[in-house]
Design a protein. Sequence first.
Length: 399
Amino acid sequence: MKKKLITLLFVFTVMNMFGQTPTISQPDEAKDANNKVSPLNDMVVNKAINAVKKVPLDEASILIYDYDGSLMSFDLEAEHINWTVKATDSHTEMCANKITLQDGVIYIPFINGEIFAIDNQTGEVFWKSRISNSTDQIVLKDQIPVINDGKLYITAQNSTIYALNIKDGSLIWSHKLESSNNDIPVLFFDNKIFTQSGVNFYSFDANTGKVIYQKTFEEALHGKPVTDGENIFIANEKNILFALSPNKPDILWELKFDENQNNIKERILCKDKKIYFAAQGPEVSSVYAVDSKTGTQLWKTDFKGDNIEYITEQDDNIWGYTRKAKLFQLDINNGEIAVETKLTTQPISNFEFPIDDSLFYYSDAALIQFDLKTKDENEVYLRTTIQDNAYSAYLKLIR
């Protein structure tokens, strides 16, 4: 009787979360890859509202995942908001995640553990899922949905990795991880999922969730896993970058960079058999280029008295910005600084590059279009209020 009452209380709690009667995964669907039944704070509850379908792209618009936790579609030509979607509930206003757009469908995680699939044209919700039954904690943080072959992969702050069905948000498999602080996106490669958690690095079969290997390191891993199409690269929380085999837990090489630098986190990418990453330090922050085959350092560019907050690659250039609002462009071949501009607004998002000579970023006050020729910062969308200590925002051009 007690067990039945607990189950009913959980169902009513979820009904209040979504405001509608949910579709609850059956017990056999709530098992992890080791066939163990998940506790309530690990379970996935999904509500299918409309059938997921391929949607034409609203190419005149940009998606703004605002730092207050709301997602909006903004028409760049008409300069108005098309629609806005928010989480069902949240104990604090915070974005802290990113979005994925596939076949015109937006997949967005919220900090409260909800994940929505949304029509990019209308903002109509196809389905809602919820990880965990927590209403007062951050469940999903610094995540971007990784999608392949009909599955969405994501790690949560409840020590669990999940694979969901993108048709309805239902659980396909899950697996417990070592640490609860899972705030790095996973990597899909060679039909495998790679992720770090604490001092452990995992390789999962992407279809079944079966562990292919689990390797333990001396220090916690705190970098996003990336691949050059052959091997996997991951950084620890200090100053070592590792090259790993995708099929077995072998370290192929390791690179120790400046001992006074660390915290690569998501500031890492691969292109043309080279790895580019930014490491932070108390006095100097640097961008490195490394040969992915040998681990040989190719070049290094220093930023003294500042810290690099973000890097990306565009048209054979490394772009980024620093904590002191310095926008920079580096030649990808030699690391030479091509552009270095002190901004009057501080970016808190990624960069998005339209076709013309400009780039978009989000600040605490506005969506900014930065003209690469004139260096003008043009306010495209201005927030009505400004919050203190905005954590992050995310932009996505619809294309």
